[in-house]
Design a protein around this ligand. Structure first.
Ligand code: ADP
Ligand code: ZN
Length: 720
């Protein structure tokens, strides 16, 4: 029977059946073009009994239009797509969209002509031609690349080509110029490092599913150790995927990788040009690219022969995708490892409570690197009680911290002030009438950004000029900025130390890999004395001359009071503290707080991670919180508040009554309005013994709501 089931890229439709025209050979995984109404739609051939579809009379089946000349999606990836869709309540098509990466799969695969000098000298030389030829010695490239290199017009190079001075080579557009080589520049590992790397190398050789938690303080050599596993995969001619949480992190990582392996890995992130995206997609699908470093979306790419997955900084919250398909990249990485039958390494200095629990349960193997490499010591963390060490009026830095900054400046060492708040001030109030400036689209304050002289909403991106008078009472000069953001802390530093060279590091200033690289180079060159930054500066950087860290407000993270507030605060402060004193110079860390006795702060001061984990996991056991039970959120949104509310109420009223399955709400969501949509939320709590997804599916599938209402499901929501 030449009938096939095709998963189309159209999320609104389920899979459909088609007829395979004579002469076309397809198999499960083949990427095809199929007719859909008057249009052509990409899709993937699936197993015949995989998804339920509408019965169509065989005579009415439409024929497939085209088989794309692309490697078919392998079975482990097809299983991962099915799992992701089912687990996270997404349509299989929306997961497939991430795999095919919006058209990246359809690159033009015509070869590219490259030219290089063949040594012959043309009869008619002009001075311009002579100069151009000189600059092209040893260069290979396309006509336009050569023109660029020689600093002449394309016409000049074309003219030379006609004279026969070049040899031509037709190369695949997906060729990789240089691949990493496993033994390019190896390092001598310490005994601890060697033991750990041996276990990882064996796991790569065994080629079986095996999750590891690589746990070691910042600077203990986790990267150095997992590089050994990468090297082993390369020796086996297998591909490696390294997931990193932030684009800002990739640039220093690429440099370091290059130094170890003699070539750069392939980078995959949202900032790529479409042409780059297509080339990279094909290079990894063909197996030409060996090591891929990417953001979470790289997890769904069609690797030809993946041998290892590494999730670096695995505790990071940015691995959780919050719109579209709401998945957790760390968890999907484990599932991909399971389907591909390969090892997965989660690396972190502050592992998530869930990951530590998996170790306790015997599901992950723990690999520990106990000490900083080369004898560098962990910094001392000291709490500064803001009720005793009081900052002067209108400022935010306690006298002890100011003194420490001054000493550091005199010694010529670098300092870092951490505050997880972008902008100048988180809130703008009118002194006369008390009016607060809110975002018109969201339930959120407008944040003052003095660098751009604007108020901005951090949720929808809405910006407005800073008003000259209060929009409510009309009073002039009555608006005041309340509370500090990094820009304001930086102002304070400049007032205190006019001679200091300062830098602000947030997503407003570091918005490209190039910006991140510039920042790193400036730090390394000693051109910055004091950095003021958000959580962006807590990421994987290594600055030997950075010896003082000040946490401006340790209490911010605890305000939300949600499930993971304590865990997140602990991780963030421990990470930022880990930036201090990473080489031979010892580091100092001051944590400003109004609650010096809070368990989180105490655990940090005493460097007592085990104690903190024990208390936290026990609290969760008592509260039947994850990992002992599961949560899901149902978010109902619409531009029409009444519609959203009624749908949310309908969902609540029809909630199934099952033991171990409870539904709370609806209630207004924490961001009750977001991008102009009103949001209501229900929370689902389920014991591990019930099938959360199955119950929810049966419940929601039988309901209907107005078209304009969106119902989104967030499985294992991150914070609520
Ligand atoms: P982590 O990833 O745990 O933060 P890194 O792998 O980045 O640790 O190591 C911290 C620093 O120590 C890096 O500059 C690294 O190059 C250096 N380092 C670690 N182990 C070794 C080693 N065995 N030989 C030389 N340098 C090392
Ligand atoms: Zn907004």
């Amino acid at each position: 029977m030449n009938r096939v089931r095709v998963l189309l890229l159209n999320a609104a439709l389920g899979p459909l059946d088609y007829r395979v025209p004579d002469g076309m050979q397809v198999e499960p995984g083949s990427i095809v073009m199929a007719p859909l109404g008057p249009r052509k739609m990409p899709g993937v051939v699936w197993e015949p009994d995989s998804f339920p579809v509408e019965e169509i009379d065989p005579k009415k089946l439409r024929p497939l239009l085209e088989l794309r000349d692309v490697p078919p999606l392998r079975a482990p990836l097809r299983r991962l797509i099915e799992w992701t869709a089912a687990y996270y309540f997404a349509s299989p098509a929306s997961v497939l969209r991430m795999v095919l990466s919006s058209g990246a799969a359809f690159a033009d695969n015509r070869p590219i002509s490259e030219y290089r000098l063949n040594g012959s000298v043309p009869d008619r030389m002009t001075p311009q031609r002579e100069q151009a030829l000189e600059k092209l010695i040893g260069v290979q490239g396309t006509i336009s690349e050569l023109a660029n290199k020689a600093g002449v017009s394309i016409a000049v190079i074309r003219g030379l080509e006609k004279l026969g001075v070049f040899d031509r080579e037709d190369v695949s557009p997906f060729a990789i110029t240089a691949n990493p080589s496993p033994d390019f520049d190896t390092v001598d590992l310490s005994v601890d490092q060697k033991n750990v790397s041996k276990i990882l190398i064996d796991a790569v050789r065994a080629a079986q599913f095996k999750p590891f938690l690589l746990d070691g303080v910042t600077g203990s050599g986790k990267t150095e150790v997992y590089f050994e596993a990468v090297a082993e995969a390369l020796r086996q001619d297998k591909q490696v995927l390294v997931l990193l949480p932030e684009i800002a992190l990739t640039e220093p990582f690429l440099d370091r990788f290059h130094a170890r392996f003699g070539a750069e890995p392939l980078a995959w992130h949202s900032g790529m040009k479409q042409s780059e995206r297509k080339k990279n997609w094909r290079a990894l699908a063909d197996g030409n690219a060996k090591v891929i470093v990417g953001a979470r979306s790289a997890l769904f790419l069609p690797y030809a022969n993946l041998g290892l997955i590494i999730v670096d900084e695995a505790h990071e919250t940015s691995f959780k995708q919050e719109d579209g398909v709401r998945y957790h990249a760390r968890d999907v990485a484990i599932m991909r490892g399971l389907h591909e039958k390969i090892p997965v390494i989660l690396a972190s200095a502050t592992p998530a409570i869930e990951s530590q629990h998996q170790v306790e349960q015997g599901n992950y193997q723990l690999l520990e690197l106990p000490a900083r490499f080369g004898g560098a010591t962990m910094p001392d963390i000291e709490a500064l009680d803001l009720t005793e060490d009081v900052p002067p009026r209108g400022s935010w830095l306690a006298p002890t911290l100011v003194n420490a900054l001054e000493e550091n400046l005199e010694r010529g060492e670098q300092s870092l002030l951490f505050l997880n708040r972008r902008g100048f001030a988180p809130l703008t109030l009118c002194r006369t009438c008390g009016h607060r400036i809110d975002c018109p689209n969201c339930t959120a304050w407008m944040v003052e950004h003095r660098l751009t002289r604007r108020l901005a909403c951090h949720h929808c991106g809405h910006v407005m000029p800073i008003p000259e008078k209060c929009p409510e009472c009309g009073d002039e000069d009555s608006l005041v900025a309340c509370g500090p953001g990094v820009e304001r802390i930086c102002d304070e530093v400049r007032m205190l130390f006019p001679q200091a060279r300062t830098a602000i590091v947030t997503s407003d200033t570091i918005w490209s890999p190039q910006k991140a690289a510039d920042f790193v180079h400036q730090m390394e060159a000693g051109a910055i004395d004091i950095v003021v930054g958000t959580q962006l500066v807590t990421k994987g950087y290594h600055f030997p001359n950075l010896t003082l860290v000040g946490v401006v407000d340790a209490d911010i993270g605890l305000e939300g009071g949600d499930l993971r507030a304590a865990e997140r605060s602990f991780q963030q402060i421990a990470q930022v503290a880990g930036r201090a004193g990473r080489a031979e110079k010892p580091g100092r860390v001051y944590v400003q707080t109004r609650m010096p006795n809070a368990p989180v702060i105490q655990a940090l001061i005493k460097n007592d991670r085990e104690g903190f984990y024990a208390a936290e996991i026990e609290a969760r056991r008592q509260a039947l919180a994850p990992p002992f039970a599961r949560w899901a959120a149902i978010i109902v949104s619409s531009e029409d508040n009444k519609e959203a509310m009624e749908t949310a109420r309908l969902i609540g009223q029809t909630a199934p009554k099952v033991d171990g399955f409870s539904v709370f709400g609806p209630a207004p969501a924490p961001l009750a309005m977001l991008r102009g949509r009103h949001r209501h939320r229900l929370l689902v709590h389920a014991l591990r013994s019930v099938d959360l997804q199955q119950i929810m599916r049966e419940w929601l599938e039988q309901l209907e709501w107005p078209r304009a209402v969106r119902v989104g499901v967030d499985i294992d929501p991150y914070s609520f």
